[in-house]
Design a binder for this molecule. Structure first.
Ligand code: ZN
Ligand code: ZN
Length: 375
């Protein structure tokens, strides 16, 4: 324990963290149990990123919180995302940006601090454990509830305002709306949806589940690129993040174009701003939920290739896709240096997804050769 933590008075109530709990979830339970606001834990910071707290809040913060709750610091270290997910470092876009970039994320002290699934709240509030958030919900790729597949939100489901609050009903955490008095109820039993095509939300759900599994070093499903190890799968996802997100890789479409723009057919929602305008050069942690979902569905569709059309029940009409979609339009439009970079990465991909890229690259070379001969 360092000198700073010895000056901190312990709190009267200190709920123990659950082994699979998100750090911020435990902090919220600690605050509610002692009837203090979250800002009393962050006295010197005006703006603080939620994501940074869950990944890397700093040793001083950990020491202070551990002293307040009379816990060993290791109990809080265990809750950090990089410690709950052994493969966390393999996804470069998952890393917490260093300040001041972290300030692009939403301010912890302004809105409801955690993404809420009303079904989870209704199911868990009456249980022995009470309401708490598992670590998986803190991942940047978790946009839907891991249990119920519902969209996570910070607004009240009844009045749609940002006035949800967490309170303590001994010995549990509860959630209520300060404006309309909403309280969670046990959700009705729902039959799993069997409709086909599955739609982009279900595709997103399948991808986020496999990313979480692979980050835990569990084998992901073979839906995306055949039988793969967790490490191989994460490498493909990370490379596709680079390819689809980096502006200016296309030699034809200009420095504000990202390949994700070519996947707008996957979504029924339209935004008047381009993908670049919404995300520019921001870190992934600072993106809005819609932009994150757009990019992840583009990654999913790229891995699936033509199989995505049947799963989504639609396909792009321009350019008309061939058997090597989407590599048939991505590879020919890449700048030369970026094409070399892509092929270097693809060399480590599993064969099922490597094949369409190498065929498209071979065609690109053949077309260029024909052009130069014709000149
Ligand atoms: Zn849920
Ligand atoms: Zn309300």
């Amino acid at each position: 324990m360092n000198a700073c933590s010895q000056d901190v008075p312990p709190l009267p109530f200190a709920p123990r963290p659950f082994s699979d709990e998100l750090l911020l979830s435990w902090i919220c339970r600690l605050a509610a149990a002692n009837h203090v606001g979250l800002n009393s834990f962050f006295p010197e910071q005006r703006v603080i990123s939620r994501y940074r707290i869950n990944c890397d809040p700093g040793e001083e913060f950990i020491a202070r919180m551990a002293a307040m709750a009379r816990l060993p610091q290791s109990a809080l270290h265990r809750l950090l995302l990089p410690n709950q997910f052994p493969n966390f470092a393999m996804l470069t876009f998952m890393q917490a940006p260093k300040p001041p970039l972290a300030l692009g994320d939403e301010d912890l002290l302004e809105a409801f601090p955690l993404p809420l699934c009303t079904d989870c709240a209704g199911e868990r509030e009456p249980t022995h454990y009470g309401l708490y958030w598992q670590a998986e919900v803190g991942l940047l790729t978790t946009l839907l509830c891991p249990q119920h597949e519902t969209q996570l939100d910070r607004d009240c489901p009844a009045c749609d305002r940002r006035q949800l609050t967490l309170a303590w009903k001994h010995p549990h955490l509860i959630v209520r709306c300060l404006r309309c008095g909403w309280r969670p109820v046990t959700p009705p039993k729902r039959e799993p949806a069997s409709s086909y095509p599955l739609g982009s939300l279900h595709l997103l759900y399948r991808l986020q589940s496999d990313i979480s599994a692979a980050l835990r070093d569990q084998t992901p499903s073979n839906l995306w690129c055949g039988p793969v190890s967790a490490g191989q799968f994460l490498r493909v996802v990370d490379d596709l993040f680079w390819l689809l997100r980096t502006p200016g890789l296309s030699a034809i479409c200009g420095h504000k174009f990202t390949f994700t723009e070519g996947f707008l057919w996957t979504s029924s929602y339209r935004d008047s701003r381009t993908f670049f305008t919404r995300t520019e050069y921001l870190p992934f942690s600072a993106w809005d939920g819609f932009s994150k979902a757009t990019l992840l569905v583009a990654i999913a569709a790229t891995m699936l290739g033509n199989r995505a059309f049947e799963m989504l029940g639609r396909e792009p009409y321009c350019p008309e896709p061939t058997a090597y979609f989407p590599w048939d339009w991505i590879v020919p439009s890449l700048r030369k240096a970026n094409a070399r970079d892509l092929m270097r990465r693809v060399a480590d991909w599993p064969p099922a997804i490597q094949l369409p890229v190498t065929i498209a690259a071979r065609r690109r070379r053949r077309t260029r050769r024909t052009k130069s001969i014709g000149r």
